[in-house]
Design a binder for this molecule. Structure first.
Ligand code: EZ4
Ligand code: CO
Length: 402
């Protein structure tokens, strides 16, 4: 079997997506998600100019060798752009192999370890009242786990909160908007938010919260400690952890579980975090973390340290990644939870999906491969629109982590 061609489809049904489609001489093609929010065209160019010419003629069945070719074989290893490209190639090759064998992807990853995938929803409120209302709405839809983000009095822009009552979408059209942030006001307020949410919803609803890299290690330790009575499912990205050792401080002070790594792209971002058991969930998604081939290794490594998966699943990851993640989560033993932020309806014009939400869980059907298809004619009706993530500043103007 040979790869005969591949192309990159860039489209914007409501938001930008980059999709790699690999064709073979058996008439089977595979899809991979190559979307890197706000940097879409860099991955598209890397794939088109550098990867695709080297892919043509290779046997798509040799997934491990092709992975190594685009990782080891490229002198400049790692980095978000190149790892997103490797991930998309890898995902498409697994899609091809499963389609060739006429079996759903999870079957090639070890078969079924569970029947359904626990997911968490998003509830964002401009203020506490709205956060309570929106949490109630997600609970009514059947969600058993909800990530709660809330506006902070006196803070211009809390992460993940919108003021126009529309669903939160990462990235805005045009140049990066600038936001204003104040950690001390946030730290004073957020325990009240979770106190109230627990009071209203009781103990059994799983609650999650994303700090989005905005605390120093000692601030994060204080936050994790003060949130401890509310028994979060997890506290996400409490610090910007280029320095993995900094997570030790949180562990020394609290039993709040920690989830890290939506911006990571290889196992080497995780080694200290995993071997010292400084985290509880790995967030690195299939589309940025080296695809199925690399995440299988990272998830297995994490499993020996009692760490589970909790893959990133915001709307800037395409339905191809979500479906692939459901297969992956179905197969592995150390699955924890999956983020599920449903795509807007217009995304369905382009991507035909095979998963279904019911009563707090996602399931996937048994169509061969990943099971998602792209309608290229529809994709052409939604051309790329520049959109960027915000830049964040402290109230005195200092540039900060977004
Ligand atoms: O900010 O996906 O947990 N989810 C998140 C996301 C990220 C966006 C960045 O593109 O932190 O909303
Ligand atoms: Co996050």
């Amino acid at each position: 079997m040979k790869i005969t061609d591949a192309r990159v489809i860039v489209c914007s049904p409501g938001r930008n997506f980059v999709t790699l489609k690999i064709f073979t001489d058996q008439g089977i093609y595979g899809l991979g998600d190559a979307t890197l929010n706000g940097m879409e065209k860099s991955v598209a160019t890397y794939l088109t100019e550098y990867c695709i010419p080297a892919l043509i003629g290779k046997d798509p069945g040799n997934i491990e060798d092709i992975w190594q070719y685009f990782y080891r074989g490229v002198y400049w290893r790692r980095g978000a752009v190149s790892m997103t490209a490797v991930s998309a190639i890898d995902m498409a090759l697994w899609d091809i192999k499963a389609k060739l064998l006429d079996t759903p992807l999870y079957n090639l990853l070890g078969g079924r370890s569970r029947d359904r995938i626990l997911v968490y929803a998003h509830a964002n409120g401009a203020n506490l009242g709205e956060a309570v209302e929106n949490t109630a709405r997600e609970v009514e839809k059947g969600f058993k786990a909800v990530r709660v983000q809330c506006g902070i009095p006196g803070v211009g822009n809390a992460y993940g909160v919108v003021t126009d009552k529309k669903p939160y979408e990462p990235a805005k059209r045009g140049l990066p908007p600038e936001e204003i942030w104040d950690t001390s006001l946030y730290l004073n307020y957020i325990p009240k938010v979770f106190g109230k949410i627990r009071e209203v919803f009781g103990n059994d609803l799983h609650l999650l919260h994303d700090v989005h890299h905005r605390c120093t290690p000692i601030e994060a330790a204080r936050l994790a400690k003060e949130l401890e009575p509310f028994h979060l499912f997890w506290l996400e990205d409490p610090v910007a952890c280029e320095l993995q050792e900094s997570l030790r401080l949180i562990r020394q002070h609290s039993t709040t579980p920690v989830a890290v790594g939506e911006v990571f792209n290889s196992v080497f971002d995780y080694t200290t975090l995993i071997t010292e058991q400084l985290i509880d969930y790995i967030r690195m998604p299939l589309s940025h973390g080296g695809g199925i081939t690399h995440l299988q290794k990272v998830a297995a490594f994490a499993s020996f340290y009692h760490i589970a998966t909790g893959f990133h699943g915001a709307t800037d990851l395409s339905p191809v990644t979500l479906a692939a993640a459901i297969h992956f989560n179905t197969a592995i033993n150390n699955f924890g939870i999956q983020e599920y932020m449903p795509h807007s309806e217009v995304v369905g014009d382009v991507f035909k999906t095979n998963y279904k939400f019911e009563n707090g869980f996602l399931t996937i059907d048994d169509s061969p491969g990943i099971g998602v298809d792209i309608d290229e004619k529809a994709a052409a009706r939604y051309p790329y629109i520049t959109a960027r993530l915000p830049v964040n500043r402290k109230s005195d103007g200092t540039l900060f982590n977004w």
